[in-house]
Every structure is written in C-alpha cells, then in structure tokens.
Design a binder for this molecule. Structure first.
Ligand code: UDP
Length: 460
C-alpha cells in the first residue's frame, strides 16, 4: 500500500458478481494510492472479505425473502434490493459518519466520499442530506449507460406493441436512438422483465447529474471515445474512464464462487490458441435443450474447449446431468467442464484461442485486454449492446444471433479457428488489445483519468 493519506472512501457495490468485481478493483487501486477503504455490502452475495484483509467491511441486512434471493430475474432483484436496503444503508452510513466525528485526533480519518453503484437509486439523496460527496460508479460500457435512458421512451412510443416478428426484414435495421443496436436487439432489451426498470430511469438520470462525478471502471477513451464526449456534455459533471480496471491488479480474488484452478494445468497441456473458452458469467441461465445444443456444437467442432457451467444455471437441473453419460465420455476427450473458472487467468493463457461469451461487459473487456476473439451469444440487457460493438464496430468476433443450435455453434467455432475470417478477426483484436493496453500504462488515457480521479477525491 502507498502511504496513508488520512482519507477514507466508502464504497457500496450492488451484490452481483459483475458489479462486485469492478468496485473492489477500484477499491484496490484507491488503497494503493493511500486511501482507507470501507465497503458496505449486503449479506446476500457478500464478498469474500478474507480475500481483502486491508479493507473494512460492514454488512447490512438485505431484507430479501428466500424466493427473492433465488430469483433469476435480475430486474426484480434490483427492484427488491432498492426497496429493502434503503433504511439499513442509511443507518449504517449515518453511524459511520457519527463515529468518524467522535474519533480522537490520532485516529481521525476524514471520510472523503461515497462511491456507489449506479444501480442503487436511494444513495444519492441520502449522501446529499449527509453532506457527503458522492460518485456514481458505472460498470456498463459508457455508451450503454448513456443511451439506456432512452429505453422507456422507445417502449412507450415506438416499440410497443412490438412491431413485427424477429424474422421481419426490418429487424436488422439500426436503431437511431441507440446505435449500434438493431431493432431485433431492442425487442429483446424491452422484454417484459425490464419494464420495472423504466420507472428508475429518470431518477438515475437526475441523481447522476447531481453527483460529484461518474466513474466508468471498465472503459476508456479507446473503447468509448464518442460516448465519453457525449456523456460529458449530457451530465455536466466530471467523468472518469479508468478501465479496464482489472489490468491494474490482475486476479479474480473477488469471485463469489470458488474457481476450479485445475483448469490451468489442463490448459498448460494444450497447444497455443487451440482452446475455445465458454462461459456465460454469473447470471445467465439456459434450459436443458440449450445445454445439449452447446455440448453437441462443441463436440462436433472438434476444437478443444474449457466450458463453465455454473451450478444451478440449467433450469430444473443441478448441473450437467442432462448430458448423457456416453456423450460426457466424448466431451472429456476434447475438453473440460468446470463449475467456475479463474476467468482472467484463463483468458490470459496462451492456449486460449476464442471465447464463446454472453458479453457481460466485464467478460468482454477482459477478453479484449487479452486479445481473445469472441463468439457472441448475448442474453439480455447491456450484453446485447456489447456484442454489437464486438462484431459490428470493432469486428473482433462473430455473432450467433441467438441461435443456440449445434450447427451454428460448430460453424462459428470453425469460422474463428480455421478460416481466413478468423485470422482477420485475430489481427484486428491484436490491434485493439494493444490500444486498450496502452491506455492503462503511464500517460495512457485511462491512467491519466485515474490520476485525475485520485486528485479529485483528495481535494474534498
Ligand atoms: N467470472 C469468473 N469465472 C467464471 C465466469 C466469470 O471469474 O467462470 C468472472 C469474470 O471474470 C467477470 C465476472 O465474473 O469478471 C462476470 O462479469 P460479467 O460482467 O462478464 O457478467 P455477469 O456475471 O455480470 O453477467
């Protein structure tokens, strides 16, 4: 750690894997710059505190029912968390500020600010009333954060009732208000589940504009140049794009699940760029027939693979028991199936040649940082936008267009691994990786943004 600067930062992540990782990465960065860190977190999906002995953790009760903690519907989970956590968070923060006031001169540390996930909607007014500077941390791609405010309007005015079917020829048209999404992406984005988020939209916009700044932990000028210009204009608060933040402190120590480390020695025995890594992050669930289609696609592609199937991620099943015994034998000849992987180490491994991904923003950025081309299979929300950037803008991957079918999966793996198209994709990915890699090095755009952030927090 750098020498203590006598300042404490309070952080409040959403209790989801894709949100905890970047928040704790920022915590590590700030700690290395001399800040003390207090993380307020829910009992639900609590981070493994023992992995971060230098931080102070304060747990608040989440108040969720048993069913709510098991829900696969993230929009309702988010709504429930915002309903139940407000008052415990208020109590916790108020106590923290009071105890800081009563500290003796020697132990006194100034609480300089609160950094909270943009998905918490009650934090800003509370911090305001307590006179505490507050930063919104967004784990989204900047362009998604910026443009998703248009979704309620799209739902109201143009896309409801859903016009046409997915096979309509217009469905490939770009959506002017939310490029580079296509109409068919918007249909999926505006599914019934996300409607509950519409009511938050204006509030998030308002509170973000009233914040002390926005921190994009997993993006940088090189990935989001135009959107950053637009965001500065729209929000009129300081904006910091310091990512990919995992590059400052590589490693997966904020995993909520235990990573199966045995996949690394297995990868050591594979040839360079010969393995397709398959993972759909911490939230996606699939049904039994989709599991089987993926299994067949992998097997028929004849490519070696490392496949993460999370426990409970196949509807109605514990794990992979839906795959027939005789097929498992065949699969084991070419690959490994694990319950959770040390993903950043996996993507870094020389044996990995491609990533079949759901395009969560963390996974997408981790893949770019390691120069691994992607096969995109987005399921919901920002994943749809991230995938379009990968395939249509940066052209560093191929898109499955939601076809979870064995032939399509096999074809996409062959496109990436054996065809000229794959080589071209690889070359473009190498260039993007270098550009993004430079941004977190001294004098790079992300690095400079981080310096500005540290100065800004210190100035309070
Ligand atoms: N991850 C991991 N092991 C796995 C799958 C995912 O460590 O087997 C990590 C991954 O490195 C990333 C995070 O979990 O940092 C997933 O975040 P992302 O935004 O990609 O997706 P989400 O889980 O939010 O859908």
């Amino acid at each position: 750690m750098g020498k203590s600067n006598g300042l404490r930062v309070i952080m409040f992540p959403l209790p989801l894997q894709g949100c905890i990782n970047p928040m704790l990465q920022l915590a590590k960065i700030l700690h290395s710059r001399g800040f003390s860190i207090t993380v307020i977190h829910t009992r639900f999906n609590a981070p493994k505190t023992s992995n971060h002995p230098l931080f102070t953790f304060l747990e608040i009760p989440h108040g969720l029912s048993e069913t709510e903690t098991r829900t696969r519907d993230f929009t309702h989970l988010l709504a429930a968390l915002n309903r139940t956590c407000e008052s415990p968070f208020r109590d916790c923060l108020t106590k923290l500020l009071q105890s800081a006031d009563s500290e003796t001169e020697e132990e006194k540390q100034k609480i300089s600010c609160l950094i909270y996930d943009s998905g918490w909607i009650f934090t800003q007014p509370l911090a305001q009333s307590l006179n505490l500077p507050k930063f919104v941390l967004s784990t989204y791609k900047v362009s998604f954060f910026l443009d998703h405010f248009v979704l309620p309007q799209l739902r109201r005015e143009r896309y409801l009732p859903l016009q046409g079917s997915i096979t309509n020829s217009e469905d490939d048209d770009l959506v002017e208000e939310f490029p580079p999404l296509r109409r068919k992406d918007i249909f999926r984005l505006l599914d019934a589940e996300t409607e509950v988020l519409d009511s938050y939209s204006d509030l998030i916009l308002e509170t973000t504009k009233a914040s002390s700044g926005i921190i994009f932990v997993s993006s940088c000028e090189e990935l989001d140049h135009d959107s950053l210009i637009q965001a500065r204009e729209d929000f009129q608060v300081p904006i910091f794009a310091i990512g990919p933040s995992h590059s400052y402190f590589p490693g997966s120590s904020s995993s909520l699940f235990t990573p199966d480390e045995t996949c690394i020695p297995w990868l050591d025995n594979q040839e360079d760029k010969s393995v397709i890594y398959v993972s759909f992050g911490s939230g996606v669930t699939i049904n039994e027939s989709e599991l089987l289609e993926i299994a067949w696609g992998l097997r028929n592609s004849d490519q070696s693979f490392l496949w993460v199937v999370r426990v409970g991620s196949v509807h109605g099943k514990k794990w992979i028991e839906a795959i027939p015994e005789e097929m498992i034998g065949g699969l084991n000849e070419k690959g490994r199936i694990v319950k959770w992987a040390p993903q950043q180490d996996v993507l870094k491994h020389r044996a990995i040649g491609g990533f079949l991904t759901h395009n969560g923003w963390n996974s997408t950025v981790e893949s770019v940082s390691e120069g691994v081309p992607m096969i995109c299979l987005p399921f919901f929300w920002d994943q749809l936008l991230n995938a379009r950037f990968v395939t249509d803008i940066w052209m560093v991957g191929v898109h499955l267009e939601n076809r979870i079918e064995r032939n399509e999966i096999e074809k996409s793996i062959r496109r990436l691994f054996s065809e000229t198209e794959g080589e071209e994709i690889r070359e473009r990915m190498e260039l993007l990786k270098e550009k993004v890699g430079r941004s977190v090095k001294q004098n790079g755009s992300a690095y400079r943004s981080l310096e500005r952030l540290v100065d800004h927090i210190t100035s309070f």
